[in-house]
Ligand binder design. Structure first.
Ligand SMILES: C[S@@+](CC[C@H](N)C(=O)[O-])C[C@H]1O[C@@H](n2cnc3c(N)ncnc32)[C@H](O)[C@@H]1O
Length: 243
């Protein structure tokens, strides 16, 4: 006779903490929904807050991705578009895809000159299909995004399709091996662990490793992948390790 076990989901925190989290639940839900799909009046306001809030993580991502002049690079879920501008400054030709019309507008305003000259192209899309040719990108990356994708395996297969041989993929996200902070809604942030991300990449023929860049938040995973081993050369400041 099999023994059935059930996980108890009782909240055992002291009552003031529980009461506070119940009282703030609508705000938590609103902010998480805005993170997944910024919209309405609040969208651009929250988008502007991310410029500072996610700067450290995005700077670490940029160092790990190590863009070179003349490379074609795609960012999925660019939000306010700060990192798109930094890629352009480093001489890359950049494409951005984001599901939010407000973010396409905000990032377009922030980067109006590269958009005008055609160095930066922005698309509205959800990543299930990508508006790019096969073998057209040297690198593809996404920061704080994976949990919001409706079909992550389809998007990762699309990323593999558009990557040139030897191209790099970088996924940066809060791995669910770490507890989700109370301010983020688990019904919006899908439960994706670092191992799960590495497995999805592997099923698209991409070999991923988890990195821990110096100074980056410890609960954030940086999974760098490539179809080819030699693309794993990374700056000295990072310590690579298989998860
Ligand atoms: C939390 S914000 C992060 C923005 C930026 N990457 C950063 O680190 O500051 C998530 C962004 O991903 C976008 N997004 C969510 N799901 C997406 C999808 N399926 N495809 C493309 N963009 C998506 C949202 O519109 C939002 O701009």
């Amino acid at each position: 006779m099999p023994v059935l076990t059930r996980q108890c989901s009782l909240d055992r925190r002291p009552w003031p903490q529980r009461a506070l989290s119940i009282a703030t639940r609508p705000l938590t839900r609103y902010l998480s929904a805005q993170a997944a799909h910024p919209h309405g009046l609040g969208g651009p306001l929250i988008g502007r807050l991310w410029v500072k809030e996610t700067a450290k993580t995005n700077d670490a991502a940029l160092e790990l991705l190590a863009p070179r002049p003349g490379e074609d690079i795609l960012e999925i879920g660019f939000g306010p578009g700060r990192t798109l501008g930094l890629l352009v400054e480093r001489g890359a030709r950049v494409t951005g895809v984001d599901v939010s019309e407000e973010m396409v507008r905000l990032a377009g305003r922030r980067n109006s000159e590269p958009v005008r000259t055609g160095v930066l192209t922005l698309h509205r899309g959800d990543g299930v299909t990508l508006p790019l040719d096969d073998d057209s990108q040297d690198a593809v990356f996404a920061v704080h995004n994976l949990y919001f994708w409706s079909k992550p395996e389809a998007t990762i297969a699309e990323i593999a399709r558009v990557l040139r041989p030897g191209g790099r993929v970088l996924m940066v996200f809060r791995g669910r091996e770490h507890p989700l902070p109370n301010r983020l809604d688990p019904e919006v942030y899908a439960d994706v662990t670092t191992d799960q991300c590495i497995a999805w990449l592997a099923s698209a023929g991409l070999e991923g490793q988890c990195h821990h860049p110096d100074g980056a938040p410890s609960e954030v995973s940086f999974v760098l992948a490539s179809a080819h081993r030699e693309a794993f050369a990374t700056p000295d400041s990072t310590h690579a390790g298989q998860v």
